[in-house]
Design a binder for this molecule. Sequence first.
Ligand code: FAD
Length: 320
Amino acid sequence: MKVTEHLFKTKKSLFSFEILPPLRGHDIKDIFSTLDPLMEFCPPFIDVTYHREEFFYVEKDNGFLQRKKISRRPGTVGICAAIMNKYGVDAVPHLICGGFNKQMTENALIDLNFLGIDNVLVLRGDPIKYEKSFIPKKDGHKYAVELVQQVTNLNLGKYLDQTFVEKKDTPLFDFCIGVAGYPEKHLEAPNIESDLFFLKKKVEAGADYIVTQMFFDNKKFFSFVKKCRSVGISVPIIPGIKPISSKKQLNILPSRFYLNIPNELVKEVEKAKNKKNVFHIGIEWAIHQSKELKNSGVEVIHYYTMDKPENIYNIVKAIY
Ligand code: FAD
């Protein structure tokens, strides 16, 4: 079932979350042990992130550096299929522009369709290490909006090249398309107005809903929703929540994701005596945020697990 159908049907606020594929070398049981405890709360859909290939430099015996290219977290599509098969829950693979040309994307969408997956979260992806800005693959997409347009075209039965396509009366594809939104603006955007302008373009190109970047101050989310509505973005907007789980994150999260952490939370985390304490503070803060969001009537709250289900379990147990 499509994410939007879950949203339209529900009478109460739902819970969903996203997981990362495990590092190369792990097996699917590691994913199941992240998912098993959270299944108690009946998530209607689960997102699986996509991680493109990364570059590494390894020193050889002669002292020269050798450049290696590897995907450290492969398996997004396989994990989605395993989730749908084992739990009967809809899986939402993330689909990115980075590392894909249009033909590779079309083939990936055909695979998803054959697996019975009819949801995708469409993203541009970040620049890879050593790149100053995002560089698309040759014949790939530069912005997420272009990828949304490709999925929409396929939904309409328009392949990249019709020459070798068997004609069908009804289009095979009917993907529900999600895209990313940034309550505190995307880090590259010169201002929020410009970011909203391009967010609206993604919706006009066919996006059915928006999932937000994490935020720690609900006021940012409420103001973002208001701004979206005022520029004519009317699709559902799903808030993304991540509990703080270490002191390091006070610096890492703002620099990596361009977001603010409220002073009150910073002070509490800084005062914490140990990791367990920080973990507890992160959970309490996220419970507080979730309660307010739920009371405001959001259809679903989306949690970033970062493969640590324990804190999400505690939050969700207190909320759902
Ligand atoms: P875009 O919508 O293309 O926007 C990128 C920037 O370009 C913005 O500043 C925007 O304002 C600007 N822009 C957009 N269109 C245009 C245009 N036509 N002309 C000029 N400027 C334009 N990354 C992964 O690699 N894998 C994942 O699985 C993943 N999952 C994510 C899930 C969520 C919910 C979120 C919020 C992010 C996720 N990301 C993921 C990170 C995401 O890929 C990065 O934030 C990336 O830098 C931007 O992606 P986007 O889809 O928002 O890009």
